[in-house]
Design a protein around this ligand. Sequence first.
Ligand code: SF4
Length: 324
Amino acid sequence: MDEKLLAVKNLSVVYKTDEVVYAVNKINFDIGRKETIGLVGETGAGKTTTALAILQLLPEKTGCITEGKILYRGEDLLGKSKREMGLIRGAHISMIFQDPMTSLNPIMTVGDQIMESLVIHDHERKHRKTLEARVDELLKLVGIQSRRKGEYPHQFSGGMKQRVVIAIALACAPELLIADEPTTALDVTIQAQVLDLMEDLKEKLGTSMIMITHDLGVVAQTCDKVAIMYAGEIIEKGTVQDIFEAEKHHPYTIGLFGSIPDLQVETRRLNPIEGLMPDPTNLPLGCKFHPRCKFCMEICRHEHPEPRVFNEHAIACHLFEKEV
Ligand code: SF4
């Protein structure tokens, strides 16, 4: 059976503050082994909330998964206890955050921080020397000389700090790595190095990845599949070839990408589209994109478009309703 490593089914997440924020609305996607999916969209589209929901790291007081399933190797993570999720995080599913400075402890050496991650998941109680050797191995893997393990984060450049964060995320050889804008806080030249490193590691270790990004170059370079998010929904998804080369696209995708370029796209950001993403406490009826869509029809204002699937390329837009 072709069991997916991770399958997100009909997932909805709200934040309950003074009002209810509908952050993620009935999304579906999956990831196979050694596959990378890009979650793409503007700020506030629901990408990071999706990642936090998978790891069950939503803010305890406000974040709430209202429906859906998150199947990891066929088992629903939503049925796991806090302790079980603690064992899964880091050891099976790891996350790299955008800014390495907020991920690293400024008063611990980088070697100790990698060691800490190893010790937390060391159920076999390995000998200290074995763990030390693993710290050296991980530093080497991300291109840092092991003699620097006694240094503190402030002694490293931004790119090197992100390499340390990647080493910590990979410490327990997770099967799935979630990278939330991993290069956004870095200079362009360093971004390329970190991406090359991640690609290289993916090849070597066979890790699957969710890549959250605004950057089309990152999508083209690293992803096998892409899901475009808008107002908490996936409005288009397909292979990277579908998203960059197919003739049919959701109007939002066309606006976001400016025009759909080829896969040789150079590093650049998504284009802002006229108008604003709707207020997530008061989402419009029908298609969530209709207030900004120049193709809007009467049906779009009151009927939510279901995804139409062309081979594996899915587009949720009434324009394609009759084309199945
Ligand atoms: Fe535009 Fe209608 Fe398609 Fe929404 S469903 S993207 S409003 S054409």
